[in-house]
Ligand binder design. Structure first.
Ligand code: ACO
Length: 335
Protein backbone atom coordinates (compact mmCIF):
# COMPACT_ATOMS: atom_id res chain seq x y z
CA UNK A 1 0.00 0.00 0.00
CA UNK A 2 1.32 3.44 -0.94
CA UNK A 3 1.58 6.27 1.61
CA UNK A 4 -0.17 9.62 1.64
CA UNK A 5 -0.22 12.76 3.74
CA UNK A 6 -2.06 16.05 4.03
CA UNK A 7 0.44 18.58 2.66
CA UNK A 8 -1.51 21.84 2.91
CA UNK A 9 -4.68 23.35 4.35
CA UNK A 10 -6.75 26.47 3.63
CA UNK A 11 -10.02 27.80 5.00
CA UNK A 12 -12.61 30.47 4.38
CA UNK A 13 -15.73 31.78 6.09
CA UNK A 14 -18.12 34.41 4.69
CA UNK A 15 -17.77 37.98 6.01
CA UNK A 16 -21.32 38.37 7.32
CA UNK A 17 -21.68 37.57 11.04
CA UNK A 18 -24.92 36.41 12.65
CA UNK A 19 -24.61 36.78 16.42
CA UNK A 20 -26.77 35.38 19.20
CA UNK A 21 -27.96 38.96 19.78
CA UNK A 22 -29.07 39.18 16.13
CA UNK A 23 -31.00 35.92 16.62
CA UNK A 24 -32.71 37.36 19.73
CA UNK A 25 -34.31 39.88 17.33
CA UNK A 26 -35.47 37.12 14.97
CA UNK A 27 -36.88 34.34 17.18
CA UNK A 28 -37.85 33.74 20.82
CA UNK A 29 -34.37 32.87 22.12
CA UNK A 30 -31.60 34.39 24.20
CA UNK A 31 -27.82 34.65 24.09
CA UNK A 32 -27.73 32.85 27.47
CA UNK A 33 -29.85 29.89 26.22
CA UNK A 34 -27.74 29.46 23.08
CA UNK A 35 -24.41 29.65 24.92
CA UNK A 36 -25.58 27.39 27.72
CA UNK A 37 -27.06 24.70 25.40
CA UNK A 38 -24.56 24.89 22.52
CA UNK A 39 -21.46 27.02 23.27
CA UNK A 40 -22.08 28.96 20.03
CA UNK A 41 -21.62 32.76 20.10
CA UNK A 42 -21.92 33.64 16.42
CA UNK A 43 -21.83 32.13 12.95
CA UNK A 44 -20.90 33.39 9.47
CA UNK A 45 -23.48 33.33 6.72
CA UNK A 46 -23.27 33.71 2.97
CA UNK A 47 -24.64 36.67 1.04
CA UNK A 48 -27.63 35.95 -1.16
CA UNK A 49 -25.37 35.73 -4.22
CA UNK A 50 -22.63 33.66 -2.51
CA UNK A 51 -22.70 29.86 -2.73
CA UNK A 52 -20.76 26.78 -1.65
CA UNK A 53 -18.59 26.87 -4.78
CA UNK A 54 -17.49 30.44 -3.90
CA UNK A 55 -16.47 29.32 -0.40
CA UNK A 56 -14.53 26.38 -1.87
CA UNK A 57 -12.59 28.60 -4.29
CA UNK A 58 -11.68 31.04 -1.48
CA UNK A 59 -10.51 28.18 0.79
CA UNK A 60 -8.33 26.73 -2.00
CA UNK A 61 -6.87 30.18 -2.71
CA UNK A 62 -5.94 30.48 0.99
CA UNK A 63 -4.28 27.04 0.80
CA UNK A 64 -2.32 27.88 -2.37
CA UNK A 65 -1.06 31.19 -0.99
CA UNK A 66 0.00 29.80 2.40
CA UNK A 67 1.80 26.71 1.13
CA UNK A 68 2.89 27.98 -2.30
CA UNK A 69 0.93 25.13 -3.89
CA UNK A 70 -0.55 24.67 -7.31
CA UNK A 71 -3.71 22.67 -7.89
CA UNK A 72 -3.34 22.45 -11.66
CA UNK A 73 -1.85 18.95 -11.25
CA UNK A 74 -4.48 17.41 -8.97
CA UNK A 75 -5.92 14.23 -10.44
CA UNK A 76 -9.11 14.16 -8.36
CA UNK A 77 -11.33 16.75 -6.66
CA UNK A 78 -13.68 15.67 -3.87
CA UNK A 79 -16.12 18.17 -2.40
CA UNK A 80 -18.02 17.01 0.69
CA UNK A 81 -21.20 19.06 1.02
CA UNK A 82 -24.91 18.85 1.79
CA UNK A 83 -25.52 22.30 0.35
CA UNK A 84 -24.22 22.21 -3.24
CA UNK A 85 -25.05 25.19 -5.48
CA UNK A 86 -27.29 22.81 -7.48
CA UNK A 87 -28.40 19.15 -7.09
CA UNK A 88 -26.42 18.91 -10.34
CA UNK A 89 -23.95 19.92 -11.78
CA UNK A 90 -21.60 19.15 -8.90
CA UNK A 91 -19.67 21.77 -6.93
CA UNK A 92 -16.48 19.86 -7.77
CA UNK A 93 -17.05 20.35 -11.52
CA UNK A 94 -17.81 24.04 -11.05
CA UNK A 95 -14.61 24.64 -9.09
CA UNK A 96 -12.55 22.49 -11.48
CA UNK A 97 -13.40 25.07 -14.12
CA UNK A 98 -13.01 28.12 -11.86
CA UNK A 99 -9.59 27.01 -10.56
CA UNK A 100 -8.41 26.15 -14.09
CA UNK A 101 -7.70 22.54 -13.15
CA UNK A 102 -7.32 20.49 -16.34
CA UNK A 103 -10.21 18.04 -16.81
CA UNK A 104 -9.61 15.35 -14.21
CA UNK A 105 -11.84 13.43 -11.79
CA UNK A 106 -14.37 15.54 -9.89
CA UNK A 107 -17.03 14.24 -7.49
CA UNK A 108 -19.26 15.55 -4.72
CA UNK A 109 -19.62 13.39 -1.65
CA UNK A 110 -22.78 13.27 0.47
CA UNK A 111 -22.13 12.24 4.09
CA UNK A 112 -23.35 15.40 5.89
CA UNK A 113 -21.25 16.24 8.96
CA UNK A 114 -19.06 13.16 8.43
CA UNK A 115 -18.37 14.28 4.84
CA UNK A 116 -14.88 15.67 5.33
CA UNK A 117 -13.64 12.53 7.09
CA UNK A 118 -15.20 10.31 4.39
CA UNK A 119 -13.55 12.54 1.77
CA UNK A 120 -10.02 12.32 3.22
CA UNK A 121 -10.50 8.58 3.70
CA UNK A 122 -11.50 8.36 0.01
CA UNK A 123 -8.49 10.46 -1.03
CA UNK A 124 -6.19 8.21 0.99
CA UNK A 125 -7.76 5.12 -0.61
CA UNK A 126 -7.39 6.56 -4.13
CA UNK A 127 -3.71 7.25 -3.47
CA UNK A 128 -3.02 4.00 -1.62
CA UNK A 129 -4.35 2.10 -4.66
CA UNK A 130 -1.57 3.65 -6.75
CA UNK A 131 -4.07 5.09 -9.23
CA UNK A 132 -3.95 8.71 -8.00
CA UNK A 133 -1.22 11.08 -6.79
CA UNK A 134 -2.72 14.33 -5.63
CA UNK A 135 -6.29 14.81 -4.44
CA UNK A 136 -7.96 18.12 -3.56
CA UNK A 137 -10.45 17.57 -0.71
CA UNK A 138 -12.89 20.25 0.45
CA UNK A 139 -15.60 20.27 3.11
CA UNK A 140 -17.91 23.22 2.46
CA UNK A 141 -21.41 24.32 3.36
CA UNK A 142 -23.89 27.16 2.88
CA UNK A 143 -26.28 25.84 5.53
CA UNK A 144 -27.83 29.29 6.04
CA UNK A 145 -29.52 28.79 2.65
CA UNK A 146 -31.50 25.79 3.97
CA UNK A 147 -32.03 27.07 7.51
CA UNK A 148 -35.49 28.15 8.63
CA UNK A 149 -34.91 31.43 10.48
CA UNK A 150 -38.34 31.13 12.11
CA UNK A 151 -37.43 27.80 13.79
CA UNK A 152 -35.51 28.57 16.98
CA UNK A 153 -34.51 24.94 17.50
CA UNK A 154 -32.36 24.86 14.35
CA UNK A 155 -31.54 28.45 13.30
CA UNK A 156 -29.28 29.05 16.30
CA UNK A 157 -27.05 26.11 15.35
CA UNK A 158 -25.91 26.38 11.75
CA UNK A 159 -23.31 28.44 9.88
CA UNK A 160 -21.39 28.53 6.60
CA UNK A 161 -17.74 27.95 5.73
CA UNK A 162 -15.17 25.84 3.89
CA UNK A 163 -11.94 23.96 4.58
CA UNK A 164 -9.67 22.56 1.87
CA UNK A 165 -6.70 20.18 2.08
CA UNK A 166 -4.36 18.59 -0.42
CA UNK A 167 -3.74 14.87 0.06
CA UNK A 168 -0.59 13.83 -1.78
CA UNK A 169 1.33 10.64 -2.32
CA UNK A 170 4.24 10.12 0.09
CA UNK A 171 6.74 7.44 -0.87
CA UNK A 172 8.48 7.51 2.53
CA UNK A 173 5.62 6.99 5.01
CA UNK A 174 1.86 6.96 5.48
CA UNK A 175 0.25 9.65 7.68
CA UNK A 176 -3.10 7.83 7.66
CA UNK A 177 -2.96 5.47 10.63
CA UNK A 178 -6.49 4.04 10.73
CA UNK A 179 -10.18 4.74 10.21
CA UNK A 180 -13.64 3.67 11.29
CA UNK A 181 -16.82 4.15 9.25
CA UNK A 182 -20.45 3.53 10.15
CA UNK A 183 -24.02 4.17 9.08
CA UNK A 184 -27.41 3.71 10.78
CA UNK A 185 -30.19 4.48 8.30
CA UNK A 186 -32.84 3.52 10.85
CA UNK A 187 -32.37 7.08 12.20
CA UNK A 188 -32.72 8.78 8.79
CA UNK A 189 -35.87 10.64 9.91
CA UNK A 190 -34.03 12.50 12.68
CA UNK A 191 -32.16 14.99 10.43
CA UNK A 192 -33.24 15.58 6.84
CA UNK A 193 -34.23 17.87 4.06
CA UNK A 194 -36.96 16.45 1.85
CA UNK A 195 -36.13 15.66 -1.76
CA UNK A 196 -37.99 13.67 -4.37
CA UNK A 197 -39.49 11.52 -1.61
CA UNK A 198 -41.33 12.81 1.44
CA UNK A 199 -41.18 9.58 3.44
CA UNK A 200 -38.38 7.54 5.02
CA UNK A 201 -38.50 4.40 7.21
CA UNK A 202 -42.29 4.52 6.52
CA UNK A 203 -42.44 7.86 8.38
CA UNK A 204 -43.98 10.96 6.77
CA UNK A 205 -41.48 13.83 6.71
CA UNK A 206 -42.23 17.52 7.12
CA UNK A 207 -42.35 18.79 3.54
CA UNK A 208 -40.23 21.94 3.60
CA UNK A 209 -37.29 23.35 1.68
CA UNK A 210 -35.46 23.70 5.01
CA UNK A 211 -33.35 21.42 7.16
CA UNK A 212 -35.43 19.62 9.81
CA UNK A 213 -33.84 18.15 12.91
CA UNK A 214 -35.00 16.29 15.99
CA UNK A 215 -32.07 17.55 18.04
CA UNK A 216 -32.83 15.48 21.10
CA UNK A 217 -32.88 12.18 19.12
CA UNK A 218 -29.62 13.04 17.33
CA UNK A 219 -28.06 13.99 20.64
CA UNK A 220 -29.01 10.66 22.22
CA UNK A 221 -27.81 8.65 19.23
CA UNK A 222 -24.44 10.44 19.19
CA UNK A 223 -23.80 9.98 22.90
CA UNK A 224 -24.84 6.30 22.71
CA UNK A 225 -22.85 5.39 19.61
CA UNK A 226 -19.90 7.68 18.92
CA UNK A 227 -17.78 6.98 22.04
CA UNK A 228 -17.91 3.21 21.31
CA UNK A 229 -16.97 3.82 17.68
CA UNK A 230 -14.02 5.95 18.75
CA UNK A 231 -12.89 3.20 21.09
CA UNK A 232 -13.23 0.72 18.24
CA UNK A 233 -10.93 2.87 16.08
CA UNK A 234 -8.37 3.19 18.87
CA UNK A 235 -8.45 -0.57 19.45
CA UNK A 236 -8.04 -1.34 15.73
CA UNK A 237 -4.99 0.93 15.56
CA UNK A 238 -3.62 -0.17 18.94
CA UNK A 239 -3.58 3.44 20.06
CA UNK A 240 -3.96 4.76 23.61
CA UNK A 241 -5.71 8.07 24.12
CA UNK A 242 -2.52 9.53 25.61
CA UNK A 243 -0.95 9.04 22.15
CA UNK A 244 -3.59 11.34 20.64
CA UNK A 245 -2.43 14.97 20.67
CA UNK A 246 -5.70 16.51 19.46
CA UNK A 247 -9.27 15.22 19.24
CA UNK A 248 -11.29 16.95 16.52
CA UNK A 249 -14.94 15.87 16.67
CA UNK A 250 -17.61 17.37 14.43
CA UNK A 251 -18.43 20.80 15.90
CA UNK A 252 -22.17 20.15 16.34
CA UNK A 253 -22.56 21.50 19.82
CA UNK A 254 -20.15 21.93 22.74
CA UNK A 255 -22.70 20.28 25.06
CA UNK A 256 -22.49 17.21 22.84
CA UNK A 257 -18.69 17.18 22.62
CA UNK A 258 -18.36 17.28 26.43
CA UNK A 259 -20.14 13.94 27.12
CA UNK A 260 -18.18 12.29 24.27
CA UNK A 261 -14.90 13.42 25.87
CA UNK A 262 -16.15 12.32 29.28
CA UNK A 263 -17.21 8.87 28.05
CA UNK A 264 -13.93 8.14 26.27
CA UNK A 265 -11.85 9.80 29.00
CA UNK A 266 -10.19 12.49 26.88
CA UNK A 267 -9.47 16.05 28.16
CA UNK A 268 -11.69 18.76 26.67
CA UNK A 269 -8.60 21.06 26.72
CA UNK A 270 -7.02 18.87 24.03
CA UNK A 271 -10.17 18.97 21.90
CA UNK A 272 -10.45 21.33 18.94
CA UNK A 273 -13.74 22.79 17.75
CA UNK A 274 -14.85 25.56 15.45
CA UNK A 275 -18.36 26.14 16.75
CA UNK A 276 -17.83 29.16 19.04
CA UNK A 277 -17.49 31.66 16.17
CA UNK A 278 -18.73 29.59 13.21
CA UNK A 279 -21.57 27.41 14.59
CA UNK A 280 -22.24 23.95 13.17
CA UNK A 281 -20.78 24.09 9.64
CA UNK A 282 -21.34 20.37 8.94
CA UNK A 283 -18.70 19.11 6.45
CA UNK A 284 -16.57 22.23 7.01
CA UNK A 285 -16.45 22.01 10.80
CA UNK A 286 -13.50 19.60 11.18
CA UNK A 287 -11.08 21.29 8.73
CA UNK A 288 -12.05 24.68 10.23
CA UNK A 289 -11.28 23.39 13.74
CA UNK A 290 -7.97 21.89 12.59
CA UNK A 291 -6.98 25.12 10.87
CA UNK A 292 -7.91 27.23 13.91
CA UNK A 293 -5.51 25.00 15.89
CA UNK A 294 -2.76 25.49 13.29
CA UNK A 295 -3.38 29.25 13.04
CA UNK A 296 -3.19 29.52 16.88
CA UNK A 297 0.14 27.64 16.87
CA UNK A 298 -1.32 24.81 19.00
CA UNK A 299 -1.23 22.05 16.39
CA UNK A 300 2.22 21.12 15.08
CA UNK A 301 3.66 18.65 12.59
CA UNK A 302 4.02 15.11 13.99
CA UNK A 303 0.95 15.63 16.21
CA UNK A 304 -1.49 12.75 16.14
CA UNK A 305 -5.01 13.82 15.30
CA UNK A 306 -8.22 11.91 15.92
CA UNK A 307 -11.00 13.31 13.73
CA UNK A 308 -14.55 12.07 14.17
CA UNK A 309 -17.55 13.23 12.10
CA UNK A 310 -21.22 12.30 12.61
CA UNK A 311 -24.51 13.55 11.24
CA UNK A 312 -27.61 12.99 9.17
CA UNK A 313 -27.85 9.51 7.73
CA UNK A 314 -27.29 8.77 10.46
CA UNK A 315 -23.66 8.37 9.47
CA UNK A 316 -20.25 8.62 11.10
CA UNK A 317 -16.55 8.41 10.21
CA UNK A 318 -13.28 8.62 12.12
CA UNK A 319 -9.70 9.03 10.99
CA UNK A 320 -6.52 8.82 13.04
CA UNK A 321 -3.57 10.49 11.34
CA UNK A 322 -0.17 12.00 11.99
CA UNK A 323 0.10 15.56 10.71
CA UNK A 324 2.93 16.20 8.27
CA UNK A 325 2.19 19.42 6.41
CA UNK A 326 4.60 21.16 4.05
CA UNK A 327 6.11 24.40 5.37
CA UNK A 328 3.88 27.42 5.34
CA UNK A 329 5.42 30.26 3.31
CA UNK A 330 2.78 32.92 3.91
CA UNK A 331 0.48 33.81 6.77
CA UNK A 332 -3.14 32.70 6.39
CA UNK A 333 -5.81 35.16 5.34
CA UNK A 334 -7.50 36.23 8.63
CA UNK A 335 -10.89 34.56 9.22
N1 ACO B 1 -33.99 29.21 22.44
C1 ACO B 1 -34.76 29.00 23.52
N2 ACO B 1 -35.41 27.85 23.74
C2 ACO B 1 -35.26 26.88 22.81
C3 ACO B 1 -34.48 27.04 21.67
C4 ACO B 1 -33.83 28.28 21.50
N3 ACO B 1 -33.05 28.54 20.43
N4 ACO B 1 -34.52 25.89 20.94
C5 ACO B 1 -35.31 25.05 21.60
N5 ACO B 1 -35.78 25.64 22.73
C6 ACO B 1 -36.66 25.09 23.75
C7 ACO B 1 -37.60 24.03 23.20
O1 ACO B 1 -38.74 24.60 22.61
C8 ACO B 1 -37.93 23.26 24.45
O2 ACO B 1 -38.91 23.95 25.18
P1 ACO B 1 -40.13 23.15 25.88
O3 ACO B 1 -39.43 22.28 26.90
O4 ACO B 1 -40.95 24.24 26.45
O5 ACO B 1 -40.76 22.36 24.79
C9 ACO B 1 -36.63 23.33 25.26
O6 ACO B 1 -35.89 24.43 24.73
C10 ACO B 1 -35.78 22.07 25.14
O7 ACO B 1 -35.71 21.70 23.76
P2 ACO B 1 -34.78 20.52 23.27
O8 ACO B 1 -34.87 20.41 21.79
O9 ACO B 1 -35.10 19.31 24.07
O10 ACO B 1 -33.38 21.15 23.68
P3 ACO B 1 -32.00 20.43 23.86
O11 ACO B 1 -31.50 20.67 25.20
O12 ACO B 1 -32.04 19.02 23.34
O13 ACO B 1 -31.07 21.27 22.88
C11 ACO B 1 -30.13 21.07 20.65
C12 ACO B 1 -31.38 21.35 21.50
C13 ACO B 1 -29.13 22.17 20.97
C14 ACO B 1 -30.51 21.13 19.20
C15 ACO B 1 -29.54 19.70 21.02
O14 ACO B 1 -30.56 18.73 21.01
C16 ACO B 1 -28.47 19.24 20.05
O15 ACO B 1 -27.42 19.84 19.95
N6 ACO B 1 -28.66 18.11 19.38
C17 ACO B 1 -27.68 17.52 18.49
C18 ACO B 1 -27.69 18.15 17.14
C19 ACO B 1 -26.60 17.55 16.25
O16 ACO B 1 -25.61 17.05 16.72
N7 ACO B 1 -26.76 17.55 14.99
C20 ACO B 1 -25.72 16.93 14.16
C21 ACO B 1 -26.22 16.66 12.89
S1 ACO B 1 -26.47 18.12 11.97
C22 ACO B 1 -26.47 17.63 10.32
O17 ACO B 1 -26.32 16.50 10.02
C23 ACO B 1 -26.70 18.70 9.28
Amino acid sequence: MLGARITAIGTYVPEKRLTNFDLEQMVDTSNEWIIQRTGIQERRITREDEFTSDLCVAAVEDLMRRYNKTVSDVDMIIVATSTPDFPFPSVSSIIQNRLNIPQKGAIDLSATCAGFVYAIHSAHSFIASGLHHKVLVIGAESLSKITDYTDRSTCVLFGDGAGAVLVERDDTSDSFIGFHLGSDGSGAQHVYRTGLSKQVNEIELIDTQYLVQNGREVFKWVVRNIPDSIENLLEKTQTNLDQVDWFIPHSANLRLIEPICEKIGYPIEKTLYSLVHFGNTSAASIPLALDLGIRDGKVKNNDRLLMYGFGSGLVHAGQLLQLNLDSQVEAPTPL
